[in-house]
Design a protein around this ligand. Structure first.
Ligand code: FAD
Length: 291
């Protein structure tokens, strides 16, 4: 199918983009187009105006600044996959970037677009929930910073206002003795996750778990932060029994649906198994492993 007709605008500044979003009800931002255009072709989305942000300069940076990594709204999945900074210092983000779709999707799709889209099957929200990410948004009311765990309100719905744009994603710079991992189960290469789990942890001076984040992908109507599992692990040794119990708690937090990627029991079992694997790999990386 082809999309319904729409007006196309290509603003050259954020102010111009916000003006357009404010002026036209139901206008939609276009970034990589790899989620929006399929919806338009299926006529599940029929925006009257498309605001293409690709010509706005200065939104394609990946840099550490203060205590945060900052990623601009036009950074593509492939930019993150190819970044030596991400590969060397953010293994959870590196794992995530390389597992999204196929090279065509990764070359165009953006991190910010995936975050704004709010698909519970998308990988980035789960990774950012594990890393305590923040979303910087600007609109006619000015700028605000939204913690990723306050962004999602339901399937494909977020707390973004219609005239707001995501301009930046932030994650804390990991401390010494930190490690992260993203474990994704796919039916075939290039597919969305059956289930995926992101883990970011920090070992304190005693070798126990000081901080931990666990995000679940495609395990419920929104991306899920496995809070009980996180709380259970804080101050505990990174021991197999503790990881098994945390994996059980992550499974209990999941609420997957039965669909062509598998039945509910199978998906819940995969949440448990992938949580265990991600915990083990994040722990090994916190101790210096590079794989
Ligand atoms: P767009 O499609 O341009 O926009 C998506 C939505 O976000 C729209 O509503 C748009 O208005 C809004 N939006 C975009 N940017 C902004 C912004 N800066 N501020 C406010 N709103 C904004 N994703 C995965 O996570 N894992 C996968 O395995 C995966 N596989 C895929 C396979 C295929 C074949 C395809 C086509 C897509 C796949 N995707 C997958 C989705 C892909 O990652 C998309 O790139 C991503 O979800 C959306 O990013 P985008 O830049 O393409 O956004």
């Amino acid at each position: 199918m082809i999309p319904a007709s729409f007006r196309y605008a290509a603003p050259r500044s954020l102010d111009e983009a916000i003006d357009l979003l404010r002026s036209y009800e139901d206008a939609k931002v276009l970034a990589g187009g790899h989620s929006l255009l399929p919806l338009m072709k299926l006529r599940l989305a029929n925006p009257p105006v498309i605001v293409d942000i690709n010509r706005i300069p200065g939104l394609d940076y990946i840099r550490e600044d203060g205590d945060k990594l900052r990623i601009g709204a036009l950074v593509r999945h492939a930019d993150l996959e190819r970044s030596s900074l991400i590969r060397e210092r953010y293994p959870l983000l590196y794992d995530t970037a390389g597992g999204i779709g196929d090279p065509l999707v990764r070359n165009r799709g953006t991190l910010a677009g995936a975050v704004a889209h709010g698909d519970p099957a998308a990988d980035w929200p789960a990774a950012l929930l594990a890393m305590e990410g923040q979303v910087v948004v600007v609109g006619s009311g000015g700028e605000r910073v939204v913690p990723i765990d306050a962004l999602y309100t339901g399937i494909l719905t977020t707390s973004l206002h219609p005239d707001e744009l995501v301009t930046e994603i932030r994650v804390p710079i990991p401390r010494e003795r930190s490690g992260g991992a993203y474990e994704k189960l796919e039916r075939k290469v290039g597919d969305y996750a059956v289930i995926a789990v992101g883990v970011q942890l920090w070992l304190n001076e005693t070798g126990n778990i000081g901080l931990i984040g666990i995000g679940l992908c495609n395990a419920g109507p929104t991306s899920i932060k496995a809070r009980d599992a996180e709380r259970f692990l804080v101050s505990k040794p990174p021991a197999p029994d503790n990881f098994n119990e945390a994996a059980r708690l992550a499974e209990a937090a999941s609420d997957p649906i039965d669909d062509d990627r598998g039945p509910i029991d199978y998906k819940r079992a995969m949440v448990r198994e992938l949580t265990r694997r991600a915990l083990n790999r994040a722990f090994a990386r916190a101790r210096g492993a590079t794989a």
